[in-house]
Structure formats: structure tokens, C-alpha cells
Write a protein that binds this ligand. Sequence first.
Ligand code: TRP
Length: 333
Amino acid sequence: MIGDKKVLFSGMQATGSLTLGNYLGALQNWVNLADEYECFYSVVDLHSITVRQDPAELRTKARNLLTLYIAAGLDPKKNCLYYQSHVSGHAELAWILNCFTYMGELNRMTQFKDKSAKHADNINAGLFTYPVLMAADILLYQADVVPVGKDQLQHLELTRDIAQRFNSIYGDVFTVPEPYLGKAGAKIMSLQDPSKKMSKSDENPNASIYLTDDTDTIIRKFKRAVTDSVGVVKHSEEQPGISNLIDIYSACTGKSVEEIEKEFDGKGYGDFKLAVGETVADLLKPLNERFNELSKDKEYIDGIIKENAEKAQYYSTKTLRKVQKKVGFPVRP
Ligand code: TRP
């Protein structure tokens, strides 16, 4: 708890560029959470270097991500938006937690197995202990809730195990976090393969709508979206592409599936795709303009980065000192 609020922590990788899926599925719903929770959103650059990155690109992407969060409506006075690498406690706590995590546990992590298959030439120790750093992120702020996708649930489960193990030895040190099960956002699929989630790291740029895409690009991508040969705008299992477009249109307009089916009854896919494209473009336009404005205001963004890192440093140090004392490190005179 911070004051009378529960703490929410989430981390996001700056690799790839945020998509419409990230916005409709998560970000859009996070904007109002600050009223209820003390929110920390960290750009997890320490995690990013577990796979090779181009340094200049990583720096640019990290800054863009932070700027996009603000442009999308996360108020940086109410939400702590900061770089993980600016707060030394993450790495320090991760080391300690490494000594409370078993090789066997890490060996079972499916993401480690997937990533080591994908990067067979660089199976580094950081990739193996990635989940411990994630546990440190969460436990450092005594987070009560963590909004995560399904792919990260196993890591959150491990975080809970580590916290409970530590607490059972040293007393109540860590809050044991729960997954955040707020209002589920829309699940948006790839425009090129509707059996896959829309992803910020998809190799095909036509598969995803990026939050920084301009109107023409958005409309063009919707025009090229994969559909079917049925020819009716209907939400059904046999029409995954059209169903995805209906879901997108519904999430942007608030209209129900039935209303949308009726609206496009007797109309062709061309008309429908154009309508979805224009609606998405209208939705993202203010966000885009705000992003461009903010990107030019270096001083403002720098100020936010500094202020929020200090806030994160403050809360994380409280936990870190407690943990250091518990494990027997000498008290600082
Ligand atoms: N591993 C998460 C991902 O790839 C990112 C992350 C790092 C995270 N630390 C976190 C998410 C702490 C939630 C809480 O999506």
C-alpha cells in the first residue's frame, strides 16, 4: 500500500512499436487505474538486453514508448513512468532473489525454452534469470497487482513462489502479488493472419497497426487485411479475418456485433474495410498529434523521466534496505 492505495506494477519491453492491439487490449484501460491504484509502469531496458539490441535503436524506442504512454493518456504526475535502468534497486534485488530461486524452477519456464530455441547462438545467463529480474521489479514496489498477458503468468507465479519462500524465512517482507484481472480489453488479431495475436514484433508491417501510423498507412493496411470469400460481414468462426475487423470496429465505436452486422448488411468487404480504417485513423489521430508534440518537447519529457525515476528510487530503496538487512548485510552507518 502507498497511502490508502494498492500498488500496481507493470513492465513493458521497448522492442517493437506499440500497436492498436496494445492500445485496445491494455493501454486504453490503464488510463483510469491511477484513481484506484498507485501505478508504476517501467520500461524494462535491463530485460531487453537479454537478446542483442542495437544501442541507438534501443534508446530511441525506449523514449518513444514512454512518450506514447503519455500521449495515450497516462498522466505522468499520477503514474510513475520510468526506465528500469535508472533505478539501481532492480538489479540489486534481482541478485539477492537469484539466491532464493532454484535452477529447476527457471528450467521450467516456457519463455526461456522458446527464446533459447530462437536465439540458439546467444543463450546467456541473463536470459535464464530473466524471470528473477521480473520478480525483483514487482516485489521492489510491494505490488499488489500486476496486469500481465497470458504469456507472463508463469513468471508471475514464480514471483509469488519466491516472495512466499523469502517471507517464510524472514517474516513478512514482500507483498505477494496477484495478476490484475480488470476489465478485459479487446483481443486484437493480426491483419495478415487472424489466428495470431497482433504483435509489436511481427516481421510483416502490414500485420499490425502501429500507434504512430498515419491515416493513409492505416487505411492502406485495412484495405490489405486478410478476409475470406464468403462475402458477408458476419462474426463467425469460419470468418476469422472479418470477425477480427468487427471486433476492432466494435472496440473503437462501442457498437455491438449485431449492430455492426446490421450496419454492413448487403455491403461489400471494401466498404467495411474502409469504414474500419477510417474509424481507427480517427481514434489514433489525436494520440498521434500529441505524440509528435511531446516528442519535440525534450525538456518536458526529460523532466518527467527524472522526476519519476526519483519517485521509483524512493519507494524501491525502502524495500531494498529492508531486504538487505534481513539477509544480513551490514547496516549503512
Ligand atoms: N516480461 C514482461 C514482458 O515481456 C515485461 C516485464 C518485465 C514485466 N518486468 C515486469 C511485466 C514486471 C510485468 C511486471 O511482457
